[in-house]
Write a protein that binds this ligand. Structure first.
Ligand code: XMP
Length: 526
């Protein structure tokens, strides 16, 4: 349950049945400035009452309601007297629980589909028909389902149909219960946000009050009350989350917070300088800048295995951080940039996702240091953290920054890490990113970087034969790093990157572009 109830005002509850797009539902609702939380489908009714939602959204999910073992939420939600919207599996479950009939459809509907609303009212109020799609239906929506509703429960009527589903959306005449077979939360449903607005604001009656401005005020106040006159330490990496945490804490408690920035020698070009300029010079943060690059690089000498690199870097980070924190004196709290997606109890029907790479974070610190955690971003999605950062005056170069892994450039040098390799990779990485910025592409992609390969190839420069390094260029599109696709960057831009890398950086004679998606590849090369 949330800490600051008064801030959240009128809110929506999303019950999660394990759909890949459940988080998107909550993000979209929050974009409408209505606070919203995701809880597992089996949340007990007492907790639901305590949460006091103005409406409930039942998410989609991979199961089939035809299977008696499929996940079900309590039927008591239908006695709460609040609007309910079932999406895909959520709609089918609602139909089944209320006495309708669901069966496997002859044709699975998957992907972009035309949807014809019977009336442009309720959920479909104010929507525009899409001219190019009129032959298929008036609206373009995204479907992904095998089952369909054969018989509506009593009191319901269909409110939209598609080519293969005569009941593609339904509504209960009096109760304000709705179901849609398609996914309004995904971008392929062109007016999905309007449909969610109709539900959350018009039908549930929530006022759009959730704003990052109020979030900051309330959070600052609550940090002050909790911390009182004690001290907080915070690991600043220069990434979006830790930067926002540091500036938020600085606003709340000023010099009672010490931000520790560890230069591990594996940073990108200009990164250490930028962190000092922004946080120490501009924000006047109590910043402890530690140059531990020698220690890290010495310990990494001769190490080629990616997991071994990660372990060494993780352990050395903890060691350096603890030593610095002890020097500060009495400290009671550790501030961390935990986000909402890290704390949502996930509903998984396939078991926990296999650990593919051990991700280093500072999660080990509080146990060894016996510190209490301050996690001011625990209820925010990444886009909201960026908004908070903007409100706090952080520059775009920080709030709009791509994710950067804790082990830094170490996992982008395949094989042994050397100073020469690092210097070369820093320059190549700077070229890739500056070309993206110059072509207004930086904000459109998820991550972009250079990789130094452990091979040499033959080239020719002037009349000379060369035998030099190869730089891999990796640029990906993604929503959450769980899956990713290689970005379709215009050839001219790729060409400029490769030319500049080869011409400007001594020791490189070839540039290659990575065209693998995740899965089966990963975003990083190690
Ligand atoms: P992969 O390579 O697993 O990366 O597809 C997914 C996302 O995680 C980042 N990444 C890491 N982040 N420590 C981190 O803090 C790590 O060891 C690590 N390995 C990968 C990667 O940059 C991408 O955003």
């Amino acid at each position: 349950m949330s800490e600051f109830h008064e801030l959240h005002g009128e809110r929506i509850l999303v019950l999660d049945f394990g759909s890949q797009t459940t988080q998107l539902i909550a993000r979209r609702v929050r974009e409408l400035k209505v606070y919203c939380e995701i809880h597992p489908y089996n949340m007990p009714i007492a907790e639901i009452r305590n949460f006091n939602p103005k409406g409930i959204i039942l998410s989609g999910g991979p199961a089939s309601v035809v299977d008696p073992q499929s996940p079900r939420s309590t039927k008591d939600i239908f006695d709460l007297n609040i609007p309910i919207l079932g999406i895909c599996y959520g709609m089918q479950l609602m139909a089944e629980q209320l006495g309708g009939k669901v069966a496997g459809a002859k044709t699975r509907e998957y992907g972009r589909t035309g949807l014809t609303p019977i009336e442009f009212a309720d959920l479909f109020f104010g929507l525009d028909a899409v001219p190019s799609f009129q032959s298929l239906g008036a609206l373009q929506v995204w479907m992904s389902h095998g089952d369909r509703i054969e018989e509506l429960p009593s009191g319901f009527k269909p409110i939209a149909k598609s080519d293969s589903a005569p009941i593609a959306a339904m509504k209960h005449e009096e109760k304000k219960w709705y179901g849609v077979q398609f996914h309004p939360e995904v971008a392929h449903t062109l007016q999905g946000i309007e449909i969610l607005r109709n539900f959350a604001i018009n039908i549930c009656g929530c006022s759009p009050e959730w704003s990052m401005h109020t979030f900051i005020d309330v959070t600052v106040q609550s940090i002050r009350e909790r911390v009182s006159d004690r001290n907080v330490v915070c690991g600043l990496s220069g990434g979006v989350d830790s930067s926002v945490v540091a500036v938020l804490l600085n606003k709340a408690i000023g010099r009672q917070m010490t931000a520790i920035f560890v230069n591990n020698g594996l940073l990108r070009k200009g990164e250490a300088e930028e962190v000092q300029a922004v946080f120490a010079d501009h924000f006047h943060l109590n910043l402890r800048y530690v140059d531990a690059s020698r220690l890290f690089l010495d310990r990494l000498k001769g190490i080629t295995d990616p997991e071994a690199k990660r372990k060494i870097i993780g352990n050395t980070f903890i060691e350096v951080f603890e030593k610095e924190a002890h020097e500060i004196g009495e400290v009671d709290f550790l501030a961390q940039g935990t986000l909402y997606p890290d704390v949502i109890e996930s509903v998984s029907f396939k078991g926990p996702a296999a650990v593919i790479k051990s991700h280093h974070n500072v999660g080990g610190l509080p146990e060894t240091m016996k510190l209490q955690l301050v996690e001011p971003l625990r209820e925010l999605f990444k886009d909201e953290v960026r908004e908070v950062g903007k409100e706090l005056g952080l520059p775009h170069s920080i709030v709009g920054r791509h994710p950067f892994p804790g082990p830094g450039l170490a996992i982008r040098i395949l094989g042994e890490i050397t100073e020469d390799g690092l210097a070369l990779l820093r320059e190549a990485d700077a070229v890739v990113n500056s070309e993206l910025i110059r072509n207004n592409l930086y904000d459109k992609v998820w991550q972009a970087f250079a990789v130094l390969l452990p091979i040499k190839t033959v080239g020719v420069m002037g009349d000379e034969r060369t035998y030099e390094n190869v730089i891999g260029i990796r640029i990906v599109d993604s929503l959450d790093a769980m899956t990713a696709d290689w970005s379709r960057i215009p050839y001219d831009v790729l060409s400029a990157m490769s030319n500049r890398i080869i011409n400007e950086i001594t020791g490189v004679n070839r540039g290659v572009y990575d065209i693998s998606s995740k899965p089966p590849s990963t975003i990083e090369w190690e």
